[in-house]
Design a protein around this ligand. Sequence first.
Ligand code: SF4
Length: 388
Amino acid sequence: MTLNGLLDATETPAAESASAAAVADTCSLDNYLVQPDHTMDARIAAARARLGTDVVLLGHHYQRDEVIRFADFTGDSYKLSKAAAESSAKYMVFCGVHFMAETADVLGRDWQQVILPDLNAGCSMADMAEIGQVEDCWDVLERTGLTQGSGLVPMTYMNSTAAIKAFCGERGGLVCTSSNAPAAFQWAFARAEKILFLPDQHLGRNTAYELGIPREQMVVWDPWQLNGGLSPERLRAAKVILWKGHCSVHQRFLPEHVDNIRASSPETKVIVHPECRWEVCQKADATGSTERISQYIDQAPAGTSFAVGTEIHLVNRLAQRYAPLGKQVRTLDESGCLCTTMYRISPQHLAWALENLVEGRVVNRIQVNDEVKHWARVALDRMLEVKG
Ligand code: SF4
């Protein structure tokens, strides 16, 4: 078992003995990785057809085109977690990153199995809050007297490990996504005076500010400093304690990128994801989750131009989708911000996972242990009750 309370991802042999060994040989991942992308299309489609309703493919907006075109459901992590909770498929193949697959396992039923085609598809933000660090933080907050009574609610962004979600669930807190963060903050403030927000400082700061909390009432807990680098006085004065984490993709968008757009193309609307820095969000015309960004563009009149601050695959897809409707979409940062871990889910990995399933083998299963699952589910159920 790992530090984060997970069982190891497993290969579960459903077939036995010699025939299983033969299958394992033909289904070795190495045999797939040497093949070009386009040769996987027919194989994925054929495996998908043979599996029928036994399998559902969930694809996050940031996936590359060669993979997401096979998804049964596409969306942001909120929409996909709802799809996972409602799915009746035996196997959920998650074309996203590790914490999303964990969430699907938590929300799924006992007889469902979740597969992440490449176990290296992690999330740098989720990795910035380890459970041991968060427990140490909570100890300090307890010693400072902040957790007594209705003092403090822990809340975590969806982009966190199952262990962090469970930590929040066990202590009366919840999970939020970029779609429902404002509503989740209101839920928490109806129950407590302060919020500990994990692990994305930017989403936490942007959301709290939008709800009218001044920046002076927010502090940043640095897990690499003694007592988070904060005095008891500063902790007591704060309404929101932000964990020092960030998205390495969205952090690359800078205020000067917005300034450049304003100077070169003043009519262009700037829309950014709330994982971007506060300074960028303040300069933008609108902020929102990937779903909200898509809706915003969809509802705009023909002839509108947009510069979008989010992952490049989604931006490129929006550009293609709306060009025929007379709307121009481009990235806010011309260097193009790519989520390299999401990109690890390749057509080869997807074909490998599906063809193994056809042969009765479950590879790269993501399984959260029962205790973590219970409390993570509590936190996720609270999130699903909060309207976006
Ligand atoms: S875009 Fe950022 S937060 Fe989203 S999966 Fe990639 S690294 Fe994680």
